[in-house]
Design a protein around this ligand. Structure first.
Ligand SMILES: CC(C)(COP(=O)(O)OP(=O)(O)OC[C@H]1O[C@@H](n2cnc3c(N)ncnc32)[C@H](O)[C@@H]1OP(=O)(O)O)[C@@H](O)C(=O)NCCC(=O)NCCS
Length: 174
């Protein structure tokens, strides 16, 4: 468990997959800027069993233990990338802002990586604010980088380097 001030990050175990399946199959959870994922429990379990060491999925939990969203890290070539979402009723309360800060601390404290990156749709202002508050820099726009919902989409590439992070903001080393 990674503990923050208003949320904790808890590793998603195999027995948690039914809730994850319910969420990913709901078009509202990934919002208007992300591709719609439709995945059965069996497909999700197969995927979970084959996760590489660089990929881990976490629930974002409020302090009362209720699950309000998910955040993950995953490989992008030799680099590490993050992705996140909140259930619609729990948005605009700052939970994801803290979840991303916790994830950044966790990754730089536990892995020998030099950068963490995120790809964000230019129209997704909330997501851009979240990474900017966590210290990410905008690197540029990757034009027409993937096809989703009937159109080619641009993505902004954000990153934070170890030297920009400097030290943990929320987690401690112990
Ligand atoms: C992106 C997402 C996680 C943001 O969650 P959230 O709880 O609204 O984020 P926060 O409450 O921490 O808000 C972040 C900032 O964005 C602002 N914001 C929220 N919704 C906004 C909107 N529609 N337009 C502009 N700004 C918005 C907030 O006011 C806040 O700004 P502030 O720091 O200046 O106060 C959530 O909208 C979501 O799950 N979307 C679907 C999945 C997704 O897009 N994931 C990201 C993929 S890159």
């Amino acid at each position: 468990m990674l503990e923050g001030k208003v949320v904790n990050l808890k590793v998603i175990e195999k027995e948690d997959l039914p809730l994850t399946v319910e969420w990913v199959n709901n078009p509202e959870f990934f919002g208007v800027y992300n591709p719609l994922i439709q995945q059965s429990k069996t497909e999700m379990e197969k995927r979970y069993d084959k996760l590489p060491p660089e990929e881990k999925w976490f629930f974002i939990e409020k302090k009362d233990g209720s699950k309000v969203g998910g955040i993950s890290h995953f490989p992008a070539g030799k680099l590490l990338e993050i992705g996140y979402f909140l259930i619609p009723s729990e948005r605009s309360k700052g939970y994801c802002t803290e979840a991303v800060r916790i994830m950044v601390d966790y990754l730089f404290l536990s892995k020998e990586i030099v950068r963490i990156q995120a790809h964000i749709d230019p129209r997704n202002i909330a997501s851009q604010k979240i990474v900017e508050k966590a210290g990410f820099e905008k690197e540029g726009t990757i034009r027409k980088s993937f096809f989703a919902k009937g159109e080619w989409r641009d993505m902004i590439l954000y990153s934070i380097l170890r030297e920009e992070w400097k030290e943990p903001k929320i987690l401690t080393k112990s």
